[in-house]
Design a protein around this ligand. Structure first.
Ligand SMILES: [Zn+2]
Ligand SMILES: [Zn+2]
Length: 371
């Protein structure tokens, strides 16, 4: 009989472990899957669900209520975690009353997108309410703005040293990231026969690695940042490893000495003609900005990582809890920036919103830079 009791105890330990630890493993598998969707992750997920349900039934049949109570707590925790992916729109702010700011873009001004790579993710990773079955090709682009007074590059995309930059990032981040680098911005400009002396500066929406990785390749070109973002570069840990590869003397600060712009309190006009205007949009990082580019025929808002998909801006949706926790430095400030930009999008649907990583945001922007 003691032998039989030991067998019974082992079975109970196994059931308890499955019903209690299984949900924790399922949380991890879910977190990796939404960030890096792979059919191979679905196999352990389905096995875990089946094992957890089977263990629950066995615990009830055996009337092991104490173990079952712990299992219930663990599985409720799983439910709460999954609930953080469900849509929960922020309350809208007051409608924007501002009129469209004047702009006098010069003839010949144009923009081009330089695609430097893709991250394979799901919409569930991008925003609350995004579907885990919807693939999101998170593009990593630089945008060239041609201007007679000198061109600028909005962000720099992935650079040629991205592999060594990635090695300095946490293992868990690399585990949930499936990066497919392409040609760098510097390589594309060279292949197009672009005269680099025309490139006046690189303007960062923010200093995260995926926006500045290619900046060191464009040696000597000044990199424009806000004061808070400059501090963040030195203090931002692994998220700004690429930015710390930029020669510090290349970093140039600019201030928001300009007045109110589309509901944002301050602004900076880079050419003095209203064609390229940045406004502070803190939250994702301390010195994140939105860059408005106003061509004669169309207006754009390059919103950086304020949101990852345009749908998130329309639906006033934050990133899911575990993503927000890791990547948004000040979620409360981010809510304010998001709601301000939502009001702009609602009042002026003709402005094309371009989140850095949303392929649909770049619709109609040509790829190949002209000479
Ligand atoms: Zn970012
Ligand atoms: Zn980004």
């Amino acid at each position: 009989m003691p032998m039989a009791n030991r067998t019974v105890d082992r079975a109970l330990v196994l059931l308890g472990a499955t019903a209690i630890v299984g949900p924790v493993l399922l949380v991890l598998v879910t977190a990796v899957y939404v960030g890096r969707p792979s059919p191979f992750l679905l196999i352990p997920a389905f096995i875990l669900v089946a094992l957890i349900l089977w263990s629950d039934v066995r615990l009830v049949v055996r009337q092991r209520w104490i173990v079952a109570a712990f299992a219930l707590v663990s599985q409720l925790g799983l439910g709460v975690f999954l609930g953080t992916f469900i849509g929960s729109p922020l309350a809208a702010s007051a409608p924007l009353a501002d009129s469209l700011p004047p702009a006098s873009p010069p003839a010949g001004m144009a923009i081009y997108v330089l695609p430097t790579g893709v991250n394979h993710r799901t919409a569930a990773f991008a925003y609350r309410g995004g579907s885990p079955t919807e693939r999101w090709e998170s593009v990593l682009n630089a945008v060239l703005v041609r201007h007679p007074k000198g061109d600028l590059l909005i962000d720099a995309g992935l650079g040629k040293t991205i592999d060594s930059q990635l090695k300095r990032m946490p293992f868990t981040f690399r585990l949930a990231t499936a990066l497919a680098p392409g040609r760098t911005a510097a390589e594309q400009l060279e292949a197009a026969g672009y005269d680099l002396s025309r490139l006046r500066f690189i303007l960062l929406t923010h200093a995260h690695w995926d926006h500045v990785s290619g900046a060191p390749d464009l040696a000597g070109i000044p990199v424009l940042v806000t004061a808070p973002e400059r501090r963040f570069i030195s203090e931002g840990g692994w998220l700004t490893v690429s930015a710390r590869d930029i020669e510090p003397s290349r970093l140039r600060e600019y201030a928001f000495e300009g007045g109110r712009y589309l509901g944002f309190e301050h602004s900076h006009d880079f050419y003095g003609d209203g064609s390229v205007v940045a406004v502070p949009a803190p939250g994702h990082t301390p010195g994140s900005v939105i860059v408005f580019v106003n061509l004669r025929e169309k207006r754009y808002a390059f919103v950086g990582d304020l949101v990852w998909q345009r749908q998130a801006l329309v639906e006033r949706a934050e990133r899911p809890w575990f993503v927000k926790r890791q990547l948004d430095l000040d979620p409360v400030a981010l809510q304010g920036s998001l709601l301000r930009m939502n009001a702009v999008a609602m009042r002026f649907p003709e402005i094309q919103i371009v989140p850095s990583h949303d392929p649909r945001g770049y619709d109609g922007i040509p790829e190949r830079p002209a000479r």
